[in-house]
Design a protein around this ligand. Structure first.
Ligand SMILES: [Zn+2]
Length: 184
């Protein structure tokens, strides 16, 4: 009988969460795997991220804070793999829709600013992708649903230069109800 840990590590070598294209995997010092991946972000362009399936470190921007190219993500993944001693964690199960919705909402809540409106891009969810395990169409549908049901939080409007995708804007809380919103 194969020891569990090796079966588990083998699964990580081919694991491909829905909605994500994995372009490279690095073996960390013990048995964790570091993945380099991209996901369809429509008009936001092709950008990459890296994620360690051992210690959960994830990056979608480089040292200059710019969105990662494939080379940039590979470099970060490679250098992380060369120093990470974490054991591989169990691969995340695909969350149900409610749990997936909470993942999106948590990211949006973290992005929200009290002093200004802020654009939400599909690339903002790149780090959520391995846990989210949803196609881009699902994310867009959720954002559009949120914009319809909670327009004080998020709005979706056509872009000036591209009528095939929407611009999502996280609205700053209205000053009078700020406290109530923060408590939610
Ligand atoms: Zn790690």
């Amino acid at each position: 009988m194969e020891p569990l840990i090796s079966t588990h590590a083998e699964a990580a070598q081919t694991w491909t969460p829905e909605g994500v294209t994995i372009t490279q995997r690095f073996q960390a010092l013990v048995n964790a795997i570091v993945i380099v991946y991209t996901a369809d972000a429509g008009a936001d362009g092709v950008h990459y991220a890296m994620s360690c399936l051992g210690c959960d470190l994830g990056r979608r921007t480089g040292p200059d804070q710019g969105l990662l190219t494939q080379d940039g993500a590979r470099e970060l993944a490679n250098s992380h793999a060369a120093q990470c001693r974490a054991l591989l964690k169990p691969l995340p199960n695909r969350p149900d829709d409610e749990a997936a919705r909470r993942i999106l909402r948590t990211t949006l809540d973290h992005m929200r600013r009290t002093d200004r409106d802020i654009d939400a891009h599909l690339t903002n969810f790149h780090l959520d992708r391995p846990a989210l395990q949803r196609p881009t169409s699902w994310i867009k549908a959720e954002l559009e649903h949120l914009a319809r049901t909670d327009p004080d939080f998020l709005t979706a409007e056509p872009r000036d230069y591209d009528d095939t995708s929407l611009r999502y804007v996280i609205r700053r809380p209205a000053p009078t109800v700020e406290r109530a919103l923060v408590r939610q």
